[in-house]
Design a protein around this ligand. Structure first.
Ligand code: AMP
Length: 411
């Protein structure tokens, strides 16, 4: 778990602002659910056999004897809330996004934290491939607006529970022929949920999977039709994708579409997010029979990629207003207040003291424009303006500061 501040936090803020703007534009609305949920919510949604539930949850018994968990992901909480508040009982589509901390007891690794942030979008009530496409287009436009270009959508269909037994049978047979090559976890997975073997990160297991039966060869007609239509739509919309028959995602409740987005901006392709369709989860958690589609992006990883690709996050640089002496300090507070009320970015030096010291601070803080207000300026009704980059100096009338500062910041 870590503290966020400075340049990295600025990226977090910029990403969050961009997310809100992009998602609200599509009609998605924010939802905030509690960090603590009952253990049962995750056992029933993420699944008993998942790594998250087996090994990674911060769960404990609270003072009232309830078994609770610091949420490891947010979809289950959103679905729980939507059912509890009867938000899914009409036939209308319900579109939500969330931004929040998640907690997993992960092994220490770069880019993997025990408290991390996710931004996600969930769309409820529509089963069509057009709904998948709408959500994916929103996601890609959001990532492009952030400045990420080298994106690849890795796509698969995991079918439906009806179409899975035939695949699982073929897959088990394949596994048994080479079971010595698989890790202990995979031996457990093949019993509990064979699909998860495909998800194993151990290199020898990935090698042993060469030539495995493909779930796409076992899809039911409806899943196949859904998948083909989605691929046509994505081609039509210019969203580049590759098919990945091993992509199954770690969670039990996915049906049909499963996907990840890889960013080529950081050398080796690396997944920055994942999601898919989960038509069975709402009913499974006790709600109405409502289909759904959603995804979650790791904010920590996204901020890291953006910092590498784009450097510092965009931020308005404030001017620094330095008063000299008590009379000027009063006038400076009034002037700053006028500038703030006009929406201008101004930082006020309130320590008093020598100009030299204040200018040295301005340098260290990376301030570009300094406004100096001394007795001489006050008497003349002006401020002295100094551009730090060039050392250039000029005098502005007090009444013009707001307008000139605005014009200046626009440059
Ligand atoms: P998941 O919920 O496991 O599908 O993860 C979705 C995204 O969340 C991943 O692609 C990562 O970007 C991010 N993520 C998951 N676990 C962590 C973690 N421990 N630390 C940082 N980011 C994470």
């Amino acid at each position: 778990m870590r503290d966020l501040f400075g340049a990295e936090l600025r990226w977090f803020q910029h990403i969050e602002e961009t997310a809100r703007r992009c998602f609200e534009r599509h009609g998605y609305r924010e939802i905030r659910t509690p960090i603590l949920e009952e253990l049962e919510v995750f056992k029933r949604s993420v699944g008993d056999s998942s790594d998250i539930v087996k090994k990674e949850m911060y769960d404990f018994t609270d003072k009232g004897g309830r078994q609770v968990v610091m949420r490891p992901e947010n979809t289950a909480g959103v679905v729980r809330a939507a059912i509890q508040h009867k938000l899914l009982n009409s036939n209308d589509p319900v579109l939500f996004y969330y931004i929040g901390q998640q907690f997993r007891y992960e092994r220490m690794q770069t880019g993997r934290y025990r408290q991390f942030w996710q931004i996600g979008a969930e769309s409820f009530g529509v089963a069509s491939p057009e709904s998948d496409a709408e959500s994916l287009v929103m996601l890609f436009d959001f990532l492009r607006e952030l400045g990420l270009e080298k994106l690849t959508l890795s796509l698969n269909s995991v079918g439906t529970p009806e179409s899975r037994p035939a695949f699982q049978e073929a897959f088990r047979a394949f596994f048994q022929e080479r079971e010595a090559s698989f890790c202990a976890d995979c031996h457990r997975r093949i019993e509990e949920n064979p699909l998860r073997v495909l998800d194993c990160k151990v290199p020898t297991c990935q090698a042993a999977l060469e030539g495995h039966p493909r779930i796409s060869d076992f899809l039911d007609a409806a899943s196949l039709q859904h998948h083909e239509r989605l691929k046509d739509l994505l081609t039509e919309l210019g969203v580049p994708f590759v098919e990945d028959p091993r992509l199954v995602r770690g969670l039990d409740y996915y049906t049909k579409t499963a996907f990840e987005v890889l960013s080529g901006d950081i050398g080796a392709q690396s997944a920055i997010l994942g999601g898919g369709r989960y038509d069975l989860l709402v009913k499974h958690l006790g709600g109405p029979d409502v289909p759904a589609f959603g995804w979650a992006i790791g904010l920590d990883r996204l901020a890291m990629v953006l910092q590498q690709v784009r450097g510092a996050a965009p931020q308005a640089a404030p001017a620094l207003l330095i008063p000299l002496g008590e009379r000027a300090a009063t006038a400076a507070l009034k002037l700053a207040r006028e500038l703030w009320s006009k929406g201008l970015d101004v930082q006020l030096e309130t320590r008093g003291g020598a100009l030299k010291k204040a200018m040295a601070s301005a340098n260290r803080m990376g301030i570009q424009t300094v406004l100096i207000l001394g007795d001489g300026e006050l008497d003349g009704g002006t401020v002295t303006v100094k551009r730090m980059a060039t050392g250039e100096q000029e005098s502005w009338a007090l009444g013009e500061v707001a307008a000139r500062l605005e014009a200046h910041t626009e440059l």
